[in-house]
Design a protein around this ligand. Structure first.
Ligand code: PDD
Length: 275
């Protein structure tokens, strides 16, 4: 297998050669933020939006980051990839402690890490499972603290599912690694942004693309009962693009993969995302 190209603290190497201290706060506290930047025809997709979100996530953790350096590294990783389509994972960690301590010192050196992988962006229909949202109160920050997502997604995997759809007291939030859309009464709906949802870049691209052709997406609090009445549903993310949901194993609903609104959304999105 081709070596995965990576960068750690400014040094490019293959992933296998990178060594991280066990006292990295990424390791002990998940004190890190990250981005997944997709690229197609060797060009990053919605690049500025990803960089801006990384800056916001880092600021939320009071981490000062060098965006020019990060930007150069992401672009170099894309150039190093053997494929023209793929994604870069890029993580910024507060740094290494001298000894594990919840309270970090003020003079820590940021640790950066990224790698690039080829990816086909093939559309695959998904089997999903509803579960309670177990996560913390700041899911709008793209942090590597993803244990709630990991626990739920692995429970879903045991049931043969690809993803979960989460809710807080019946209010839909998002999926484990993507945002949720559904069609109800012929309207396209998606949960409104809040501290409980990651402001997905693919989500926003889709909303803007649909608005350009005068299709409004309704953003508000929706419940499990709304989803029960959906005629179609799909998930969005930087690696999935738009992926239709064929089945929700524990919800009484009837989802079509050929719904008109879904097919329009998919068509306009794909021509915009992969241009
Ligand atoms: N996940 N919600 C969550 C919890 C996510 O982890 C992601 C992305 C999204 C979609 O965001 P975007 O459209 O900006 O990719 C929504 C990435 C792909 C990941 O963690 O691998």
């Amino acid at each position: 297998m081709e070596q995965v190209k990576a960068v750690f603290n400014g040094s490019f190497d293959s992933l296998d050669n990178i060594q991280v201290s066990p006292l990295s706060r990424a390791y002990t506290f998940s004190d890190s933020v990250y981005e997944v930047v997709p690229f197609y025809n060797s060009s990053p997709i919605a690049y500025e939006n990803h960089i801006e979100r990384l800056q916001k996530s880092a600021s939320a953790l009071s981490m000062k980051i060098n965006l020019d350096m990060i930007s150069n590294e992401i672009k170099k990783l894309i150039a190093l990839c053997e494929s023209k389509a793929g994604y870069v994972y890029y993580q910024v960690t507060r740094g290494q402690d001298l000894i594990r301590s919840h309270m970090h010192s003020n003079d820590m050196e940021i640790e950066t890490f990224g790698y690039v992988l080829a990816h086909t962006f093939e559309t695959k229909s998904l089997k999903t499972m509803i579960c309670e949202d177990l996560r913390w109160g700041r899911c709008d920050i793209k942090s590597t603290s993803l244990l709630g997502n990991v626990l739920s997604m692995n429970k879903a995997r045991e049931k043969g599912c690809d993803e979960v759809i989460m809710h807080n007291n019946n209010i839909l939030t998002e999926a484990g690694a993507s945002n949720l859309f559904f069609v109800k009464d012929d309207d396209i709906c998606t949960p409104a942004l809040s501290n409980n949802i990651l402001p997905g870049i693919t989500r926003q691209i889709l909303i803007d693309t649909l608005l350009n052709i005068d299709i409004k997406v309704y953003e508000k609090d929706f419940t499990l009962d709304d989803l029960k009445l959906a005629s179609s549903a799909w998930l969005t993310s930087s690696t999935k693009g738009i992926a239709p949901i064929e089945k929700i194993i524990n919800l009484d609903c009837n989802l079509s993969l050929n719904n008109d609104k879904y097919l329009i959304a998919k068509k306009v999105f794909d021509s915009n995302f992969f241009n």
